[in-house]
Design a protein around this ligand. Structure first.
Ligand code: M6R
Length: 578
């Protein structure tokens, strides 16, 4: 997590320009924000970037670094906000990642007389470099020494007070250089400079670079290396639309269009990638999905469909992939990720690659790490998703899996789904809004599903937790009676998802209703007299249409409660730490 932006230029720029670029990375974290210029001036504060902008001094500079934080080490305080300066103020650093052995490194520095004012792992970087420079080392050698001694992940930008050179280093955490007409910009991802340049150079692991206003040089160890310039094609940049109060509801409403665009691409521009993916699925012994959060829920829908057509498929949460999954050369690993930067996913696919598996992916953010590590990568094409909670990217992830399953023998009319999505939103939004009014004091919600509706019950529960701050459990309907049903009391809300003629799911619903639960039933079967009647499904479509009801509930309950919908507490959109 955390976003970093650095700028170095032969012309003067304003500190406001740097923070405007940083604002584009705010989805990476919004606990605190800060900036430093090469003359040693540092300004930082807790809270979001907009608030910081109100107090930020408009200063001119030729070199600056900035940071938006998602706290890992140390609470959300001004002291812990980046940038961090070394004891004598000569070295200033911003950092994304985690230095795992920072306690040992800090102890070693303390024994040499260095003191620390923050609880962060980052402050040791600044003091470590100051110490090396004091001992007579040059900055490049000091960086190499740091990269050898530090364990963990980092994208770091470093300035030496009074100099016009920016130093950058990367291991695991993302970092990219943008080439401007009069200088360079460094950032956690390309969106930070999408309005400035399309010429980008992606850092690979264990590389560092020395950047002056007129030149850049990349190194691995002390060896200078050639880097390829990528001409980025910008697609789907999202702008605020005054019609919508929040990005979340805008993105929910974008789903029919995003779905149509994706489905069309899978017949045209992405057709050959889909065919290759299908071929790889047929050739391997088993398919292993790896993902986190919402993307994991989409992968569960994939497992359901693949197994139903005789393709052995499994999925596991990325952070546990190495612990619980048998990974070898017989497996095809399909990574699913909106950001393409989730560290747990990146780590899992690097592990799988080492074990000999082929790696393919389904990713929304082009040029992201997951995409660049994959043999083939299908693009989700949902357009930029700004709200921390995933909505339209989940829908498109599931649609890719339906299309892939279709190529492997699953039979459905995928082209009819975008219209179903549109009519689901249209026919249910008012009613969701109305029901949500009485749900702002709700503490617990149980969400149950079976078969194809189990993954979506997990997804809906996640939306209720992260956006509406309601404790919600997404469960297998059949599992409820094995314990959790003890929690059902008079009035407990249960969302029940019943696709077509799933009478077993209907029985599970009746079991909770008999114990006083207030059931909100979502089904495409009018016979069941559901609270929300969805358009008649085609195989797989229920995963998408039913989820949209849950997305709308999460949004309208949160709105009723006055919560920060697009930036919920403690979260970040791109989880780039383990
Ligand atoms: O970018 P990714 O799809 O890899 O992100 C995975 C999760 O962090 C993400 O889905 C998270 O659960 C969202 N907040 C869900 O709304």
């Amino acid at each position: 997590m955390c976003g970093i932006v650095g700028m170095v230029s032969s012309n003067q720029f304003s500190t406001l320009d740097v923070i405007a670029a940083l604002k584009r990375l705010e989805y990476r974290g919004y606990d605190s924000v800060g900036i430093a210029t090469s003359d040693g001036w540092v300004s930082k504060d807790v809270g979001e970037i907009d608030k910081f902008m109100d107090i930020l001094e408009d200063r001119s500079a030729n070199l600056a670094i900035s940071h938006t934080r998602w706290a890992t080490h140390g609470r959300v305080t001004k002291e812990n906000a980046h940038p961090h300066a070394s004891n004598d103020g000569s070295i200033i650093v911003v950092h994304n990642g985690i230095i795992e052995n920072f306690e040992q490194m800090r102890a070693a520095l303390r024994s040499k007389g260095y003191s620390f004012i923050s609880q962060t792992d980052t402050e040791i970087i600044a003091n470590y470099l100051e110490d090396k420079l004091r001992s007579g080392m040059g900055m490049q050698k000091a960086i190499r020494s740091f990269m050898k001694d530090a364990e963990g992940t980092f994208a770091i930008l470093i300035i030496i007070k009074g100099e016009d050179t920016l130093y950058a280093a990367k291991r695991d955490s993302p970092l990219v250089l943008g080439i401007l007409g009069d200088g360079f910009v460094l950032a956690s991802d390309i969106y930070a400079f999408s309005d400035k340049t399309s010429k980008s150079i992606f850092f690979d692991d264990n590389e560092y670079a020395v950047i002056t206003p007129r030149s850049y040089t990349f190194y691995v160890d002390s060896k200078e290396i050639e880097k390829q310039i990528t001409e980025v094609q910008w697609t789907g940049i999202s702008e605020k639309d005054e019609k919508y109060e929040h990005y979340m509801i805008k993105e929910i409403h974008e789903q029919p269009v995003a779905a149509r665009r994706l489905i069309e691409s899978m017949d045209t521009t992405q057709r050959s990638k889909m065919d290759l993916l299908a071929r790889l699925c047929r050739q391997c012994k088993r398919v292993l999905f790896v993902a986190a959060g919402t993307s994991y829920h989409a992968s569960l829908a994939g497992v359901y469909m693949f197994n139903s057509i005789g393709i052995e498929a499994h999925t596991l949460i990325a952070s546990e992939f190495q612990n619980f999954m048998l990974v070898n050369e017989d497996a095809l690993v399909i990574a699913i990720s909106q950001s393409g930067e989730t560290m747990d996913v990146v780590k899992a696919i690097k592990y799988a690659k080492d074990k000999g598996s082929k790696i393919v992916s389904i990713v929304n953010v082009p040029y992201s790490t997951v995409q660049r590590l994959s043999e083939v990568s299908v693009e989700i094409l949902a357009g930029q998703e700004i709200c921390v909670a995933s909505t339209k990217t989940y829908t498109n992830q599931v649609l890719i899996l339906i299309c892939l399953a279709n190529l492997l023998g699953f039979r459905t009319d995928i082209k009819s789904i975008p219209e179903m999505i549109g009519s689901t939103i249209e026919s249910s939004e008012e009613k969701v809004m109305e029901l949500s009014r009485s749900m702002s004091d709700t503490r617990d919600i149980y969400v149950i599903g079976r078969g194809i509706s189990y993954p979506l019950s997990r997804e809906v529960a996640l939306k209720l937790k992260e956006i509406s701050y309601i404790h919600a459990e997404g469960m297998m309907g059949g599992e409820l009676k094995h314990g959790t049903i003890a929690l059902i009391e008079e009035g407990t809300i249960v969302f029940s998802f019943i696709p077509n003629t799933d009478y077993e799911m209907l029985s599970n619903t009746q079991e909770v209703a008999a114990r006083g639960a207030h059931v909100i039933m979502i089904s495409d079967n009018p016979e069941f007299e559901p609270t929300f009647l969805l358009p008649p499904s085609v195989p797989g479509s229920f995963s998408v249409t039913a989820t949209i009801i849950g997305q709308l509930f999460a949004y309208y309950i949160a709105k009723e409660k006055g919560l920060p919908i697009d930036k919920p507490r403690n979260l970040a959109k791109s989880v780039t730490v383990k």
